[in-house]
Design a protein around this ligand. Structure first.
Ligand code: PEP
Ligand code: MG
Length: 788
């Protein structure tokens, strides 16, 4: 507890996550300085962002903050995730030899106190504070004035930023605001760095598993493999380091790319002669000049000779050059950094268009990228892909959906971090807990080997369910469907005994191509899918792009894409895209008659009416062309909240409903399904979601229309108990979940499931529901599914 007098010294009580709005403090300046605070802030933030690593970032902070605030000391303490201690990681003003040695537990010393309370402390004389702890190695007794702000990220203390003064003084409000703002920025930087390897081991032993990074579960399973970084074409920053196959060839290729870029620039300038202003012409000239100078070229060549391939060497050299300009005081010179990067991108384009050699993949490839696109997954030869790890996204991102379809583990939402040097590094992917270990310790590898083995045993145990009925213990028959999207899914599906394809995501073939597939091409694909499952029904969903499903060749730029032009809204507006797709589906169905068509994102009655009319029109036209097209069953996805309350009205126009719990959860909870910042709020077990689902399934039953769930909830063993309790007739999921869900169905009676459902609907939060469902699974002898 702070004493009353000292409490009064706390200039501001900024709560956790209080990030000062920069615009709001634009006009504040330090009393004795002329440079506006905002400019100082921006400068520090820019330099921190340009830092090559965490260590450099911390050094920049302590150096710059001390200078900007004119204090005697600035230090950063960072939380060691293994020991939960706060470790002095950088200082200017305290003894440099104390870095890495001074450690304080949460609550210990003023630093520990600030970390625990998550609010700043501003003291005229720190030594008088009851929590003050003296470390002789710092020489700290000389300092009196003490201002410390917590570094908080998503409610977690990441560290403490401190400034100190020899004289006794209370820091002014604008100074506190300044430090809090820097602290907010630094907290985010800290959270993105892999702290496990950044903190030196203390006296408590080694600092735990190397490179453990917590993300979000994407697809279940565990795997041990080697990282493969896909290099996107246009983005210099995203280029990975890689050893060149042939250094001489690599250097020659680079020099060729430089020459071509110079020629291209000259040619562009010449073509535009007369239309260029003097200033623009000067930019072209400057580019050619920069390329003509030997420094940049020499530097890249040196790095190639040092063992990096040309794109990686280029990225490093461009970053070095740009950094020099970035740090310039003069605004004009700073802008030159952008010129350097622009040149880098041009050369990169040339280099990569020159890459003719096929990428070699290890037999245990784990793709790691910002967002691993479908096309990248498709590049990996069959059987070599073991896992997917994305810096962005969550369990319902399409990459995760795809991974589940392929039966490989995935971890999502690791957050922005520099992964460029990780190509070829060993990695463990734990898709259950949503975490990865990069360069894991042997003991961790050993532990995960055991888990992989356990997985194998569970799969073998579940295999006996393959030919058994999906019936509850009180003999209620449940339909099982598959979610598929790629033709490769068909191989996996061939081994499973399911009743139908509950969701064919037709956007997947659109996402793996570079232009819209034509009607004929679509026909070929759909025909294969329908044939593979005939006579079992296949529910094909019409194109659901927009939101988190972009097409590279059809960019849609919107402020709020999830509430924008997506799903049925888009296809109804684009009959040139919609009708060929419907025609291709209907033609593929000729002679098979197992097609059902379903529309995504139905929110209004007019939409389902218009969509039906489009099907009728396509049928009519095809009939006129001589095809015998039977009219397919028509369904609507229930995934927009307005549809929840329109089941009776929608029932007049559809034959069935399929509930998309992925989108429904995001829209009901107002939580973006791909945003790691709010990922912890995204939970289909939220009682509000459960109650809504119960209502839809009840209304559909009353209207005499069958309902299924094709969102991820159907693949979650705990949730499956609730859906059984609601009386759901069909569960549709990716192949990897089928036997697990069948096990749940065969272990519960519908009455028991109903009792569990009623308890869940009375609960207050998703976590309590989850705990209760885990207990129910264990009680029913399905504890292995909880462990998984
Ligand atoms: C859903 O939203 O639950 C769903 C199945 O569709 P998608 O995940 O493809 O949006
Ligand atoms: Mg959806």
């Amino acid at each position: 507890m702070l004493g009353a007098r000292r409490r009064a010294c706390c200039a501001h009580r900024f709560r956790a996550l209080a990030f000062i709005n920069i615009a709001g403090i634009r006009m504040i300046t330090f009393a004795d300085r002329s440079q506006p605070m905002l400019a100082k802030l921006q400068e520090i933030v820019q330099r921190v962002n340009a830092a090559a690593n965490l260590h450099e970032a911390l050094e920049i902070v302590v150096h710059r903050v001390r200078a900007a605030m004119d204090t005697d000391v600035c230090s950063v303490y960072v939380r060691d995730p293994t020991t939960s201690q706060y470790v002095l990681m950088a200082t200017e003003g305290l003894s440099p030899s104390s870095v890495g040695k001074i450690r304080m537990a949460a609550g210990e010393g003023i630093v520990g106190l600030v970390a625990t309370r998550q609010e700043p402390v501003n003291l005229a004389n720190a030594a008088e504070h009851p929590s003050f702890r003296y470390f002789p190695e710092t020489g700290e007794q000389r300092f009196s004035g003490f201002l410390a702000v917590p570094l908080v990220h998503f409610r977690q203390s990441m560290g403490v930023l401190v400034v100190q003064q020899i004289t006794q003084r209370v820091f002014a409000n604008d100074e506190v605001a300044f430090l809090v703002t820097i602290g907010a920025q630094l907290a985010a930087t800290l959270s993105y760095a892999a702290l496990g390897s950044a903190i030196p081991p203390g006296e408590h032993g080694p600092s735990g598993p190397i490179g453990l990074i917590q993300g979000l579960p994407g697809a279940p399973g565990v795997t041990i493999g080697n990282i493969v970084l896909p290099s996107p074409l246009a983005d210099l920053d995203a280029v990975a380091d890689r050893a060149p196959d042939d250094i001489v060839e690599e250097e020659a290729g680079f020099r060729r790319a430089v020459r071509e870029t110079q020629q291209e620039l000259r040619a562009s300038a010449d073509r535009m002669e007369g239309r260029l202003t003097d200033e623009t012409r000067a930019i072209f000239d400057a580019y050619v000049l920069i390329l003509g100078q030997d420094d940049l070229v020499d530097e890249v060549v040196a790095r190639i000779r040092g063992g990096n391939w040309a794109p990686g060497a280029l990225r490093e050299a461009i970053a070095e050059h740009a950094k020099v300009f970035d740090q310039a005081e003069d605004a004009y010179l700073r802008a030159r950094a952008e010129d350097i990067r622009a040149i880098g991108r041009r050369i990169l384009f040339r280099l990569l268009s020159d890459v003719t050699v096929e990428r070699q993949y290890p037999s245990d490839a784990v793709l790691l990228g910002d967002e691993v696109s479908l096309a990248r997954v498709a590049d990996v030869p069959h059987g070599k892909l073991r896992g997917i790890v994305c810096l962005r996204g969550s369990v319902v991102s399409h990459t995760a959906v795809l991974a589940r379809g392929l039966g490989i583990p995935a971890v999502m939402g690791l957050g922005p971090r520099d992964v460029r040097s990780l190509d070829g590094h060993p990695i463990i992917v734990d898709g259950y807990r949503g975490r990865v270990f990069i360069d894991p310790l042997p003991a961790v590898v050993e532990e995960y080997r055991r888990l992989v083995q356990h997985e194998g045993q569970l799969s073998a145990k579940l295999a006996v369910l393959r030919d058994l009925e999906a019936t509850t213990t009180d003999h209620v028959q449940i339909g099982l469907g598959l979610n598929v999207g790629l033709l490769t899914d068909l191989d996996v599906a061939a081994n499973l005994d399911v009743d139908e394809v509950g969701l064919y995501r037709s956007e997947f073939p659109f996402m793996t191509r570079e232009t819209f597939p034509m009607e004929e091409e679509q026909y070929e694909i759909y025909r294969k899918v329908l044939q593979a499952f005939a006579p079992k029904p296949v529910t094909m969903r019409t194109l659901d792009i927009g939101g988190d499903k972009p097409l590279s060749y059809f960019p849609i730029t919107e402020e709020n894409p999830f509430l924008g032009w997506r799903g049925i809204r888009l296809t109804l507006d684009r009959p040139d895209i919609f009708l060929p797709q419907l025609r291709a589906m209907l033609r593929a169905n000729v002679g098979l008659n197992n097609l059902r068509i379903m529309f995504p994102m139905i929110g209004q009655i007019d939409e389902i009416k218009a969509a039906r009319q489009a099907v009728d029109r396509a049928c009519r036209e095809l009939g006129e062309e001589g095809y015998e097209c039977p009219a397919p069953s028509i369904g609507a996805m229930v995934e927009v909240p307005s549809a929840l309350h329109s089941i009776p009205a929608l029932s007049r126009y559809v034959d069935f409903f399929s509930i998309g719990t992925n989108d429904l959860t995001q829209y009901l909870l107002a939580v973006d399904r791909n945003n790691p910042n709010v990922a912890r709020l995204y939970n289909h077990l939220d009682p509000a979601v459960i109650r809504a689902l119960n209502g839809v399934i009840r209304d559909a039953r009353r209207c005499g229309k069958p309902a299924s769930v094709c969102g991820e909830m159907a693949a979650d063993p705990g949730s499956a108990i609730l859906l059984l309790g609601m009386g759901l007739g069909t569960f549709s999921m990716s192949a990897s979940a089928v036997l697990r869900i069948k096990w749940v169905i065969r272990s519960f009676s519908s009455q028991r499931a109903k009792r569990v459902l009623y308890r869940a609907m009375r609960m207050e939060c998703a976590e309590t529901v989850r705990t209760m469902l885990d207990e129910e699974l264990c009680r029913a002898g399905l504890g292995e599914l909880v462990l998984a």
